[in-house]
Write a protein that binds this ligand. Structure first.
Ligand code: SF4
Length: 433
């Protein structure tokens, strides 16, 4: 990469899989704005590069004109960031008549500058435990084979062996490595139809990157995997609610009975659920059973944006808020999985609503999650937020200033609930009016 350029310049993907550059063209983002050096960091360890097929790379010339690189020379380029980094800008490109939807990944703007590649991102957590180098594929394969030979009947193990080996899923892999956050999927069904669902897509030209779980495990299968993980893994977290399943609350009874059975055998580790938090009554039962933490997924604290993305079936955003408020009352550690899409969630009114939501619900941690979706798929399906986008940096700074008690990061922590679970048979919470 050329050493001396005074501004971040255009880079693109060449037909031989390399990186081409046009030093005379300023690098742009999806909105057509030049990439600001303040928004850029050297491409982080663990990031990968992605060609954007049938999309021309486009940059800004000195005379202010937008110049595209011909398709013969290559296509637009983006970065895919490891967990621990939050994207601040989407990549620029010019569509061609053959443009088709992109696979579900978190495309990030890139540029060439000072002799190396830069990405539009901020570091928002310690990525060490999520970097590809922490997941040695050959060792993983050996561990998976040995575990499946030892426990051939356990379908949960077989499911997560598939996720670990075929999707490189960190939480599935951790079940076999016996460390950190591990996965247990339980639910084929869901009560939402997220535009960016990674396990089920209904539209013909959209392909979900993962296969949806096809069975409901038994309590025995769940407890067997969970207890071993919680008792033996350093910084053990056992999480219900994974990318390969639907909504875990659909199987709330199974999870409740599993939690009670698990806690009857071990007090170790953290029992967590990743959920759309659609059913406060079911969640209250899990809080009562001994759940330690929950992570509620959301893209917005504004109902119109939430509804457009989640397309909820039989619940509303008020149910999500109620679930979080009940978690606070029960001493259960709550976080949100905030689906991050620059230009949408950093809009003035989105930020204001998010700050109010955090104060109302008592959420303890905001986990920033780069939303894996093609902008051309998401934007036509979401109402344009009122208020101009202020930038992802401003979003993070505003949260730190306006909600100083709320931690910001990118993944769940091993935690213990603040108050012990009540004795079995405690009264149910009042239904939502
Ligand atoms: S809640 Fe999860 S499983 Fe359900 S549609 Fe959304 S992303 Fe998919």
């Amino acid at each position: 990469m050329a050493h001396d350029t005074t501004f971040p310049h255009l880079v693109y993907s060449t037909p031989d899989g390399g990186v081409g550059e046009r030093r005379g063209l300023r690098a742009l983002d999806f909105t057509g704005a030049p990439l600001d050096p303040a928004d850029l960091i050297p491409l982080p360890d663990g990031a990968s590069l992605s060609m954007l097929p049938q999309r021309l790379a486009v940059g800004l010339a000195e005379d202010g004109s937008r110049v595209s690189v011909s398709a013969a020379k290559g296509w637009a380029l983006a970065a895919l960031l490891p967990i621990g980094y939050t994207r601040t800008r989407l990549p620029a490109y010019a569509k061609t008549p053959a443009t088709e939807p992109l696979p579900f990944f978190g495309y990030t703007a890139v540029a060439g500058w000072r002799g190396q590649l830069y990405a539009a991102a901020i570091r928002t957590d310690n990525p060490e435990r999520w970097l590809p180098r922490a997941y040695d594929p050959r060792r993983l394969e050996r561990l998976v084979r040995a575990r499946l030979e030892a426990e051939p009947e356990n379908r949960v193990l077989r499911q997560h062996a598939h996720c670990a080996l075929d999707y490189s899923c960190p939480t599935a892999s951790n079940i076999f490595f016996g460390r950190w956050e591990g996965a247990v999927a339980v639910s084929p069904g869901c009560n939402a139809r997220c535009v960016g669902c990674i396990s089920k897509q209904d539209e013909d030209d959209l392909v979900s990157p993962q296969d949806r779980l096809m069975f409901v495990p038994t309590i025995e299968e769940v407890v067997e995997v969970a207890v071993r993980h919680l008792e033996s893994a350093p910084d053990a977290i056992l999480s219900f609610g994974q990318g390969c399943e639907g909504e875990p609350l659909i199987q709330a009874r199974l999870i409740e009975r599993s939690i009670r059975a698990i806690r009857a055998r071990t007090a170790s580790g953290t029992l967590n659920i990743n959920t759309n938090a659609s059913n406060p009554r079911s969640l209250q039962r899990l809080y009562d059973a001994g759940l330690d933490s929950l992570r509620a997924s959301t893209i917005s604290a504004r109902r119109e944006t939430y509804d457009a993305y989640y397309r909820p079936i039989g619940y509303t955003f008020e149910h999500v808020k109620r679930s979080l408020i009940l978690a606070r009352e029960a001493g259960v550690y709550s976080s949100i999985n905030l689906l991050c899409f620059p230009g949408l969630i950093d809009a003035e009114d989105e930020i204001a609503a998010l700050v109010a939501f955090l104060k109302e619900t008592g959420v303890r941690l905001v986990q920033l999650r780069n939303l894996n979706i093609d902008p051309e798929v998401l934007l036509p399906r979401i109402p344009t937020p009122a208020g101009r986008p202020l930038g992802m940096r401003v979003l993070v700074e505003t949260l730190r200033r306006e909600a100083p008690d709320v931690a910001i990061g990118n993944f769940s922590r091993p935690v213990k609930r603040a108050a012990p679970a009540p004795a079995a048979g405690a009264p149910e919470p009042a239904p939502l009016a």
